[in-house]
Design a protein around this ligand. Sequence first.
Ligand SMILES: CC(C)(COP(=O)(O)OP(=O)(O)OC[C@H]1O[C@@H](n2cnc3c(N)ncnc32)[C@H](O)[C@@H]1OP(=O)(O)O)[C@@H](O)C(=O)NCCC(=O)NCCS
Length: 159
Amino acid sequence: MDRNICSVNPSIILAVSRQIDEIQESGWNEAQILESLKGSRVRAKVAARIPAAESREARADGDLLGFVLARRIADVLEIDLVGVRHGSRRQGIARALLEALIEDENLDGPFEARLELAAANEPALCLYVRLAFVVVGRRTRYYPDGDDALLLSRQVSSS
Ligand SMILES: CC(C)(COP(=O)(O)OP(=O)(O)OC[C@H]1O[C@@H](n2cnc3c(N)ncnc32)[C@H](O)[C@@H]1OP(=O)(O)O)[C@@H](O)C(=O)NCCC(=O)NCCS
């Protein structure tokens, strides 16, 4: 598939998220996304079928395929949310988004990438394990539906 991965102004993520209903699947709502967008250390990338320059202008017109939202605080990169449209899954988009994010952050020196996800979210767990993340903790019955939360981490060193 012909696509671009590019960094965007984090505020664009809200426009993107409104058209990617998969966010609901991962248990996030608009208020939580807004909260996550606060602050200056937010990192956001989108995957789009359109040229990077156009996607920077938030053309939320159906060409956006997925996104990742994260925060960098000192030597920790907290990955908040990754989402890919249903029709575009299993085409390497989430992996490409996360690899691009990690590569960019690596320019600022070694860091720990970490995140939390529902234990029942097998696609996401497989994705992160494939990207060399390891499970470092579990919060029992953490989510309102009774599911456990898994804590995943990956140490990234400069190369
Ligand atoms: C999880 C999610 C982001 C994966 O996006 P994706 O673009 O389909 O993932 P990729 O194509 O990059 O997959 C990379 C690897 O992850 C693993 N993977 C991804 N989806 C999988 C699935 N449904 N089942 C098993 N493994 C899966 C595979 O190892 C895959 O490599 P392969 O296709 O070569 O076997 C997507 O399913 C999604 O948007 N889910 C809803 C939102 C969500 O739960 N986000 C995560 C928590 S915030």
